[in-house]
Design a protein around this ligand. Structure first.
Ligand code: DQA
Length: 148
């Protein structure tokens, strides 16, 4: 099946961005191990990062036409603000997992609210770059449980 890994704003800076919170792993390293994990399981992975809300909405809309079976998304700051991303994910009705490197619940109050979590199959947060591995393993497991 086709999986799509989406990264929201500022995640292009991973590796140098507040490493005490987000770790030292770069986005390219995350994408590389994510792709390897999916390919080992017999799936294909596309990855996409944008600092722009509309580009993420466009990518989610395109995913339906491409037959993407599952989305894994770190919406970054848009987690806490974006009705548009929520509506796009609801519109395409592709199952998704929300993930975060940090645990937003231990941080500022404005990070405690997610506009996406109640639509997600599940949410993974707090494990740094390993959050991506855990989320993709969960997505692969979900696809095996309900293939099509
Ligand atoms: C984040 C948490 C968000 O609150 C923040 O805006 C980010 C990254 C994370 O992965 O920990 O940009 O999604």
């Amino acid at each position: 099946a086709k999986l799509l890994l989406l990264h929201g704003p500022n995640l292009n800076l991973l590796g140098t961005r507040e490493p005490e919170i987000y770790g030292a792993t770069t986005l390219a390293e995350i994408d590389r191990s994510a792709r390897a994990l999916c390919e080992q399981a017999g799936h294909q992975l596309e990855t996409f990062q944008s600092n722009t809300e509309g580009s993420l909405v466009d990518r989610i809309q395109a995913a339906r036409d491409e037959g993407v079976a599952f989305i894994v998304i770190n919406p970054a700051a848009y987690t806490h603000t974006s009705v548009a991303l929520r509506d796009a994910l609801a519109a395409v009705a592709i199952p998704f997992i929300e993930l975060h490197l940090s645990n937003p619940h231990t941080r500022e109050a404005f990070r405690h609210r997610s506009y996406l979590s109640d639509l997600a199959r599940g949410v993974i947060c707090g494990f740094g770059a390993h959050s991506y591995t855990l989320a993709l393993q969960a997505a692969i497991h979900q696809l095996a449980a309900a293939p099509d």
